[in-house]
Design a protein around this ligand. Structure first.
Ligand SMILES: Nc1ncnc2c1ncn2[C@@H]1O[C@H](COP(=O)(O)OP(=O)(O)OP(=O)(O)O)[C@@H](O)[C@H]1O
Ligand SMILES: [Mg+2]
Length: 210
């Protein structure tokens, strides 16, 4: 399966979600390949740290820029799970990745600036469906405040109901220090001591595979 993590907004948590899902899928025993299709190389740097510290399970990684379609199609024949991290903008990598992906997660923070990018993303998804009619697109709220009275879920949900092509995920990823702490260690939060972060990444992986 090819899972693409994209958004047109920088800093919306794509690389964080990509590497944490890789670890969770690998922990479940899947053969996983992380594709870094962003010239910033955040995912590759995380991967290098993981290799250097000898953390297991190991995860394969590939860097590819430009048209990534053929690379993804090929990797899909060799790995059970191919997780693709792209840059925070409408890029060639994101568009070509969308033509090959089975599923796409669009990360958004609960901010109007992030939500404002969804109409364009919705149009893009409609265009790509001409080439890849089965692409499943799910919007994931990330970096949500942990304040229990937050109305982010309902606010974002209401906004999303205007875009039937973009279904929101049940799982919400909250703003937690653990997500920042694990990165330099080359780990995922499922390998860390924060049960809430671990729980939400496991829930996310389960929801994606359901
Ligand atoms: N759930 C979270 N809780 C706390 N911090 C987070 C969370 N998700 C991401 N961050 C932090 O926010 C910053 C941006 O996250 P990340 O690099 O994953 O976003 P991105 O969408 O990949 O950015 P870019 O568009 O630049 O590639 C990083 O410093 C990251 O550690
Ligand atoms: Mg990134």
């Amino acid at each position: 399966m090819i899972l693409l993590i994209g958004s047109q907004k920088g800093g919306a948590g794509k690389s964080t979600i990509a590497v944490n899902l890789c670890v969770e899928f690998a922990r479940q025993g899947l053969d996983v390949c992380l594709v870094d299709a962003d010239a910033q190389r955040s995912a590759s740097r995380w991967h290098a740290d993981r290799e250097e510290s000898g953390v297991t399970p190991t995860i394969a990684s590939v860097e590819k820029l430009g048209n990534i379609r053929d690379t993804l199609v090929d990797l899909d024949t060799r790995y059970e799970m191919v997780v693709v991290d792209v840059a925070g903008k409408d890029s060639k990598e994101m568009r070509t990745g969308m033509t090959a992906a089975h599923k796409m997660i669009v990360t958004v923070r609960p901010s109007q600036f992030d939500l404002d990018t969804l109409p364009h993303m919705s149009d893009l998804v409609e265009q790509v469906r001409d080439f890849n009619p089965d692409l499943e697109v799910r919007v994931l709220l990330t970096q949500a405040p942990t304040n229990p009275n937050g109305s982010e879920r309902t606010d974002a949900g209401e906004y999303l109901s205007d875009y039937p092509g973009l279904r929101s995920m049940q799982t919400i990823i909250h703003e937690r220090k653990a997500y920042r702490d694990v990165i330099g260690e080359g780990k995922g939060v499922v390998e860390w001591n924060n049960p809430k972060a671990r729980g939400e990444v496991m829930e996310l992986a389960a929801e994606l595979m359901a």
